[in-house]
Design a protein around this ligand. Sequence first.
Ligand code: FAM
Length: 468
Amino acid sequence: MAATARSVLKVSRTPFARSLVSSSRFSTTAAKNTNLKERLAQLIPAELENVKAVRAEHGKKSFGPVLVDQLYGGMRGLPALIWDGSVLDAEEGIRFRGKTIPECQALLPKAPGGQEPLPEGLFWLLVTGEIPTQEQVTELSKDWAARSALPEFVEELLDRCPPTLHPMSQFSLAVTALNHDSAFAKAYQDGISKKEYWGPVFEDCMDLIAKLPNIAGRIYRNVFGKGKLPSIDASKDYSHNLATLLGFGDNEAFVELMRLYITIHSDHEGGNVSAHTGKLVGSALSDPFLAFAASLNGLAGPLHGLANQEVLLWLRKMQSQIGENATDEAVKEYVWATLKGGQVVPGYGHAVLRKTDPRYTAQREFALKHMPDDPLFKLVGQIYNIVPDILLEAGKAKNPWPNVDAHSGALLTHYGLTQMQFYTVLFGVSRAFGVAAQLIWDRALGAPLERPKSYSTAAIDKMFKGKQ
Ligand code: FAM
């Protein structure tokens, strides 16, 4: 078996296949003159061989014991999924196809005059493992602009939502409804072969990403009374269009923020609630709209994406109770009161990370460059100096350091996007990039239906009674 696997590995070691085995060996430039779908079609056969070979060589090897505590403890740390797009290290944080956030900032194409990476490039990287050329990202911007229109009934659906319905619920409704035009659902009904699934899934994923600015913009304008939605400009990049639809397109710093924001929020390996939910639902061959709507419903939870809203609510409540420019002592008391009230400090802690989230650091650096004197930014910094020690002293949280959500609200507030109920929608727009890339690869590699085993407490007791 091993000999066969080794010989398969030998023939399959194209640059892409190798890159997935060892992320440090990426090819840095994508093949020229191809669009994303064509490039992907070139990469899939080698990756199918690569997976086959790895399974043949290592498929029967054990990952070690599973502890009963992991069954009760939210499966923390349980090795259970494969996703090559991004990997999260507890100390170092996220890498997208082997690249850290600063590396992505340095390497990915930028808009003319811009300094932050274009999310178009990040999507290309997630899908292919390659750094795209400027032309290739421009092509993606244009493609997404061309696909951006919403079906009229989805616009009407959003317009009929009461403004009191949370923006995340509206977002999920609209994405679910896009399944009306799913290329994959139609192809499946028409009897498409399993080998061809990835093609219509790719088309759906491109449509999904493309339509999100119109959904987000419409929700924002409807809920917060911001007037009529302008149209998408096919000559502009995705983040510029998103900013314009929200009403901030004239502010170049805000547009840059959107480019960075989408890039760093796009993906966080496969096990987080939104990424995993998308993969799980997609594994039933629900189309990408249904799968991503499920991701959004997970992202809408306060322990996950809604934490960015919760942080701002918590900060505003703090300011109303102890005033602005409060002393460290007063802030400490407020943090302790939060903990003693049986609540979490939003924006702090993480299920995997054990250091300050590099996504927090990237946002802090953006703030230092663009808004060093902003009072809310200063408060976020003051809290950073206070909360970790308190969480350590309280002794429960395994990670006392800030995560991505501790910072984003302060940046958005600075530019006038003060409606905190909307913040998780922006996280959702970004997370589509990672979930979509994963759905495409899952169908290309023929990932099976997910179906882990659950046990009853009585069964656990019976199984292990009297054993060490
Ligand atoms: N404040 C207070 N208590 C906390 C805490 C925090 N920020 N973080 C963890 N704990 C508690 C936790 O509630 C648990 O208490 P119990 O034993 O009473 O259940 C204990 O410490 C051990 O938890 P853990 O193992 O350190 O963390 P988990 O892996 O169970 O949970 C988080 C991870 C993110 C859900 C948790 O740290 C948390 O609730 N943080 C605040 C909410 C937040 O910021 N979420 C966003 C996470 C983010 F990165 C994202 O998904 N966007």
